[in-house]
Design a protein around this ligand. Structure first.
Ligand SMILES: [Zn+2]
Length: 331
């Protein structure tokens, strides 16, 4: 297998290498003096002549250098075609330290633009989705192109949106008007949130929405997906799973900040009571740690000492309210 350095070296005009860095004539513009710099350690390029920049693979694609995509660089391109099968763009999954990333590129006749201009987002596997809806067959909305391709292998029509869990566009719901949908995300928190978002935007648009919960524990991140399930338990077992009717659910949100609003308590009038009330309602209080730095000589036994006293806690956790409370009560 060719290294990226070997591949880049094949670009017309050659490359002047200095370790992992190289200079070459830019394939994105008519370059006579090498104005494109490349770094094969980070796998990026940057042209000072035409301002084009991107990944090594975009550079190779543009230069017409062929390479074994999946094995050489870990990149996996997925075609996004319109309802009649015309290639509109590709979503390319590319590895990055600790995970994966995506970039989009648009065909320009001979190669790719690593930009998206005048292209609307599409659903993956759209022609099959359109046919399935016309035949009143189920479409499985899953998380990622890999799962869609896996579903295809076992005779299901699947679809997804490009770019991972944070990239659902409500506009995409239009493609699923009248569809029978089974939602099946990865069994982790981001996956559940994604599926919930999709379900909500399909409400009133899709004919029927169901959810398929794979029998795995929900992970914080990187949970199991339907491909994992099929690999572990087989196609027959997957086909035997039952999807339940989907309803919107409240997903856990980050802990709310303490609030003061409360209708069923009387509004305290005097300043002291007001501060006491503030104190009692502050849910964040239990996380406050009080650290003393001096031997304790109590001004008020077990409450207030004349020495140094530090109240430390994160922001909005009632440090100031605590000081006021101490002041109002004991000074
Ligand atoms: Zn250039």
């Amino acid at each position: 297998m060719a290294s990226t350095k070997t591949l880049v070296s094949q670009i017309r005009g050659g490359v002047e290498w200095n370790g992992d860095q190289g200079k070459l004539c830019c394939p994105f513009h008519d370059d006579k003096n090498p104005s494109c710099s490349v770094n094969v350690k980070d796998n990026v390029f940057n042209c000072f002549g035409c301002s084009e920049k991107g990944t090594i693979w975009q550079l190779l694609d543009r230069a017409g250098i062929t390479y074994q995509r999946d094995s050489d660089n870990g990149n996996t391109p997925y075609d996004y075609v319109d309802a009649v099968g015309v290639l509109r763009y590709q979503s390319v999954r590319t590895p990055k330290p600790g995970g994966k990333d995506f970039f989009l590129r648009q065909p320009n006749g001979s190669g790719w633009f690593n930009k998206m201009t005048g292209v609307s987002p599409l659903l993956f596997n759209l022609p099959a989705v359109v046919k399935a809806i016309a035949k009143d067959e189920t479409v499985v909305f899953c998380e990622g192109e890999k799962d869609v391709l896996q579903l295809k292998k076992i005779g299901f029509v699947g679809t997804t949106s490009h770019g991972g869990v944070n990239n659902w566009k409500p506009k995409l719901a239009e493609f699923l008007a009248g569809a029978r949908i089974v939602l099946c995300g990865d069994q982790d928190v981001p996956g559940l949130k994604y599926i919930e978002k999709v379900g909500r935007s399909l409400q009133g648009t899709a004919k029927d929405i169901r959810i398929l919960q794979l029998p795995y524990e929900i992970a914080e991140d990187h949970g199991k997906d339907l491909t994992d399930y099929i690999q572990e338990f087989g196609v027959k077992s997957f086909k035997a799973l039952k999807a339940a009717p989907w309803e919107p659910v409240e997903l856990p949100e980050p802990k709310a900040k303490p609030t003061l609003a409360s209708k069923d308590t009387e509004e305290p009038t005097c300043q002291r009571e007001k501060h006491l009330a503030l104190f009692e309602k502050a849910e964040g209080m239990q996380t406050i740690a009080i650290t003393e730095y001096a031997p304790i000589a109590w001004t008020v036994q077990d409450i207030l000492s004349p020495g140094y006293c530090t109240i430390s806690a994160g922001s909005k956790l009632w440090k100031t309210a605590s000081r006021i409370w101490l002041g109002v009560n004991f000074c």
